[in-house]
Design a protein around this ligand. Structure first.
Ligand SMILES: Cc1cc2nc3c(=O)[nH]c(=O)nc-3n(C[C@H](O)[C@H](O)[C@H](O)COP(=O)(O)O)c2cc1C
Length: 325
């Protein structure tokens, strides 16, 4: 399949794996790129720029296809040394970077001079237009369904994607709730040039996370996620568990007075225990409603091949059949 996204990133299929904290390691990113999509190493999961340098080199040993890096700009007490992370990205000849969180403008000139294509993750049309205005090459439009941070507008992709298509000139991928060929074809129909998946890629053989995480996603229905941190305007969609119940209790008690320090135990530094050790109640972890559509743990290649072959059937048999009838 050829779209503006496959052309922009030099990939075979218009399928991107979004950055995921403690999931987006070299193994997964290389598997996605190796299968013809675009895998992303999650930059800040690597504790130092030197660690990121090693992780990119590891991915390059696993595949000769382009592997991208996610750089998330989040409000933090002490900002990570972003310029040095970018040094590691440039030095390794990375050609695609997914930026997310805050406005990446100050970091764009260096990356663009190095020939890197930038895809910025946005949860609203106004942020997508801003990304276009500051020179991003593409955007990833994340609807309310998405795992992680859906923003504060709560607009689902059925509305957000056609709205983005009406306003944007640069290409975009649909993100949030994407799982299979139906997602891809629907997203293309709504004006996207491809799709980005997070949660779906966690439930794959290559995702280097504990089996308990994959089992939890397969067992979950579309009713098993909820939103936390809304009072802090840092809303996150997470899998329901004991820690999340505790957060919701604290949020109810504190109301508008909630501070991040009230829930630090449930949200700060919890990913290693969950993703590496499989302690599923250790804290809040991002997960999309799309868990309700995930029923197996295939290899990344099986997943991507299945999506592309079923997309062909939907377009050429089901949809064309309606026209020819
Ligand atoms: C466990 C997990 C961790 C994530 N961590 C990040 C992150 O560090 N940076 C980021 O930009 N997005 C992060 N995301 C969001 C994904 O890149 C992607 O936008 C989102 O998962 C898409 O929605 P979906 O889960 O419905 O596919 C995370 C998502 C999940 C499920």
């Amino acid at each position: 399949m050829k779209t503006r996204i496959t052309e922009l990133f030099g990939i075979e299929h218009p399928i991107i794996q979004g950055g995921m904290h403690y999931v987006g390691f070299a193994e997964l990113a290389a598997a996605v790129s190796g299968a013809g999509g675009l895998g992303m190493i999650t930059g800040l999961t690597q504790k130092t720029p030197e660690d990121l340098d090693k992780e990119i080199k590891k991915a390059k040993e696993l595949t000769d296809k382009p592997v991208g890096v996610n750089l998330t700009f989040l409000p933090a007490f002490t900002a990570p040394p972003y310029p040095e992370y970018i040094d590691a990205i440039i030095a390794n000849g990375v050609t695609a970077v997914e930026t997310a969180g805050r406005n990446p403008e100050e970091h764009l000139p260096r990356m663009k001079e190095a020939g890197i294509k930038i895809i910025h993750k946005c949860t609203s049309v106004r942020h997508a237009l801003k990304a276009q205005a500051i020179g991003c090459d593409a955007v990833s439009v994340d609807g309310f369904e998405c795992g992680g941070h859906p923003g504060e507008d709560d607009i689902p992709n059925m509305i957000l994607l056609p709205r983005a298509a009406d306003e944007l000139d640069i290409p975009f991928v649909a993100s949030g709730g994407q799982a299979d060929a139906r997602s891809l074809v629907a997203s293309l129909a709504m004006g996207a040039d491809g799709m980005n998946m997070g949660t779906r890629f966690i439930a794959t053989k290559e995702a280097p996370v504990h089996q308990n995480v994959k089992d939890a996603i397969v067992a979950a229905s579309e009713l098993d996620t909820t939103l936390v941190m809304r009072p802090l305007r840092n809303t996150e969609r997470v899998m329901k568990n004991e820690a999340v119940e505790e957060i919701l209790k604290i949020e109810k008690e504190k109301g508008d007075d909630l501070q991040i320090t009230d829930i630090l135990q449930q949200v700060a530094g919890v990913y290693p225990s969950i993703m590496m050790e499989g302690d599923m109640d250790a804290g809040a972890w991002s997960c999309g409603m799309v868990a309700g559509l995930i029923n197996d743990v295939p290899t990344v290649k099986e997943l991507i091949d299945r999506i592309m072959s079923e997309a062909d059937d939907i377009i050429n048999a089901r949809l064309k059949g309606f026209l020819d009838a």
